[in-house]
Design a protein around this ligand. Structure first.
Ligand code: UDP
Ligand code: MG
Length: 331
């Protein structure tokens, strides 16, 4: 093994994929063999608590192929946790994450590496066509990205997938984000490093079934929306203002009627409506105010770094970046 070649880490979550895993390993190995002149490689497979024959298969793969390393969860913790565990264990100079069900074609890896060589720290992949997915999945995915774009404070790309490349620098940054509810695509986007994109066609799942039921997907979408947007916290405020305005409208109307007709203060129900609206609206506004504080506590608890460096000529910075990397690789 020459030391001059960069190390490529391929990270893949595996959950009950015994049917497709050998084929995945074969296809991926062919791609890595093709890159062997330029890159050393390691394959990190994370078993997300499978109850089928996945784990014995992983043991066998690790025995037969020195590039393969694996770890196995005590139970199913979800695929974002599995990718995270793999990323924490990756030692590479450049890291690629992809699904182990062959829906993310390994043949795309050389194209991702080209973009990395051109200077991108992050290369995302965009799903060009996923007609193979069901109608409900496609519609909900479109709705999700629409909402995300509406609510997120950062630009969101449509149809981004968890098939992506990270430079060592980007991965070190990502590993400093210790939040529990993880939406990795958003977190990678938050890093802000120079990003390139490659499109690909999602292959239909040939073996096994998708592990994402509608319920699981919606939970994931809620995680994504709530961890990247403070807008939901502010909604009660706008609603509250609208309700107060309605209340004031009733008040003005009642007053105008009294003045114009010079009559007695008859329409007591208008006063009642105005009062109810103003009180209700004020409560909504107060809820939003509490929400602002909760939002701040949430930001603080997430403990994301205040900034990430792209480069620096200042020595202690270089030292800190190196330390961050050592910590990340020790994890
Ligand atoms: N996966 C996982 N844990 C889970 C569910 C899925 O590690 O709880 C893995 C799975 O083995 C696959 C990837 O995550 O490699 C994507 O899962 P799946 O193909 O079921 O999702 P879909 O492609 O239908 O969105
Ligand atoms: Mg899949």
């Amino acid at each position: 093994m020459t030391t001059s070649k960069p190390l490529l880490s391929v990270v893949s979550p595996v959950y009950e994929e015994e049917a497709v895993l050998p084929q995945f390993h074969r296809v991926l190995s062919e791609v890595l063999d093709g890159l062997a002149d330029e890159y050393d490689a390691e394959i990190i497979l994370v078993d997300d608590g499978s109850r089928d024959g996945t784990l014995p298969l992983l043991r066998r793969l690790a025995q037969d192929d020195p590039r393969v390393r694996y770890c196995s969860f005590s139970r199913n913790f979800g695929h974002q946790a599995a990718i995270t565990a793999g990323l924490e264990r990756a030692r590479g100079d450049v890291i690629v994450t992809l699904d182990s069900d062959l829906q993310h074609p390994p043949s795309l890896i050389p194209a991702l590496l080209e973009k990395w060589k051109d200077g991108a720290d992050v290369v995302v992949t965009l799903r060009e066509d996923h007609a193979s997915a069901g109608v409900v999945k496609r519609l909900s995915s479109r709705l999700f990205f629409h909402l995300m774009r509406l609510l997120s404070e950062r630009e969101v790309r449509d149809a981004a997938s968890d098939y992506q490349l990270l430079s060592r620098k980007a991965l070190d940054g990502l590993l400093r984000l210790g939040e529990t509810h993880r939406y990795l695509r958003g977190m990678v986007n938050w890093l802000g490093f120079p990003t390139a994109a490659v499109s690909f066609r999602v292959a239909p799942r040939e073996v096994g079934a998708s592990k994402f039921t509608f319920g699981r997907l919606s939970g994931f979408a809620v995680d994504a929306l709530l961890s990247f947007s403070k807008i939901p916290l502010r909604l009660p405020f706008f609603l509250g203002v609208a309700v107060i305005l309605v209340g004031l409208g009733y008040g003005v109307w009642g007053l105008a009627q009294t003045v114009l007709t010079h009559g007695p203060w008859e329409p007591g129900w208008i006063v009642l409506l105005a009062t109810v609206h103003v009180i209700g609206g004020s409560i909504l506004c107060s809820v939003s105010l509490v929400g602002e504080y909760v939002g701040r506590i949430y930001e603080q608890v997430k403990g994301r770094p205040l900034y990430l460096l792209k480069e620096s000529s200042y020595d202690p910075d270089a030292e800190a970046m190196r330390r961050g990397r050592d910590q990340a690789s020790a994890a």
